[in-house]
Design a protein around this ligand. Sequence first.
Ligand SMILES: CC(C)(COP(=O)(O)OP(=O)(O)OC[C@H]1O[C@@H](n2cnc3c(N)ncnc32)[C@H](O)[C@@H]1OP(=O)(O)O)[C@@H](O)C(=O)NCCC(=O)NCCS
Length: 371
Amino acid sequence: MENIYISGTGYWKADEIVTNDELVASFNSYVERFNNENKLEIEAGAIKPLGLSSVEFIEKASGIKTRYLIDKKNCLDIDVMKPVLRQESSENISILAEMSVHAAKEALNQAGIEAKDVDAVILGTSHSARNYPAVACEVMDELGIEGYGYDMLIGCSSTTFAISNAYSDIASGLANTVLVINPELTSPHNDFTLRDSHFIFGDACVASVIQKNSTSEHRVKILDRKLVTKFSSNIRSDFGYLNVVEENPRDQKDLFFKQNGKSVFKEVCPMVANLITDQLQAANLEASDISQFWLHQANSNMCRFIMTKILGTSDYDPKMAPMILGDFGNVASAGSLLSFHLNNHLEKGDKGIICSFGAGYSICSLIIEKE
Ligand SMILES: CC(C)(COP(=O)(O)OP(=O)(O)OC[C@H]1O[C@@H](n2cnc3c(N)ncnc32)[C@H](O)[C@@H]1OP(=O)(O)O)[C@@H](O)C(=O)NCCC(=O)NCCS
């Protein structure tokens, strides 16, 4: 079979950086006002007071220091606490398509190809902006791409699963060149009033060109793919088209991202470490044959746990498992590829692993090699 490559990557991030100090100051003002306004009920034991957030907790528990948000002002305004975005309509390009086009242009440029060379667009994301028409079709129209395109959802593994689909389409002869795009506008699904998770997410988008016969100097060959899913409601979003017809209409807050973070940590880390270990074994490779790991960027402690389990030691060069989480926060499925895009130091013959994990649960690990 011919070689199949990731021949170029690109990204988009929101313009405005938000520090933990800024986020915690806003959150704590919200909490103090809530507790003051509900003082009597709290004293009577009818309502629990809200707890304060802290920069120290966020940095220790997650590793996140800053994130980029599409609407900083409103996310920090304690009367709003969410982004306020223009209404989507058929008259204008959609927000997800706009982010996608930006990232796609950079990926096409790195791959050294033009939009007319692309046969298909696969858009993978953890949040669908609308049901139809697919945003992939809109992006194709914007960029002048002919062929086929579709959107797909599999939580924080949407990027790697979409790359895997692109690989399969190329291997089966359906396409030669596939553009994969992964817009992750996470702030609209984040409850900025919830202490457990108000700090987690950032807005970003990645794109990659998957093709055979690449001549791009950036190309890396995809050597192997391993995917698994296992149903769990520990990371869940109930937002969907059925919300409008449910018998008991829900509070909007019930439609935001929810997780049982501790259980996710405990259950997903060993699954990921075992999957990568099995994959390496099946490919006749040792962990020491892998120069870099670009892991899903949800939590720096999770990445350290997984690396330690795979390598059998916690004493490894941090450059082996680059973390962009500190700067970008959790950018959902875009995290592992964004880490690869910004920190790929592979030399000729070096191998690396791009691995996502998240809601579903879903895990996808790609072994790549620099030619
Ligand atoms: C979310 C996460 C950072 C929380 O870290 P954690 O160590 O599990 O923290 P916990 O939720 O158990 O909270 C520990 C304590 O800190 C408190 N706390 C929670 N949020 C806080 C905040 N913002 N500021 C200060 N304290 C906080 C809790 O109330 C708890 O206090 P207690 O021990 O008195 O009950 C972590 O569980 C995680 O990242 N899990 C993986 C999630 C993941 O990968 N999700 C995928 C999403 S795509």
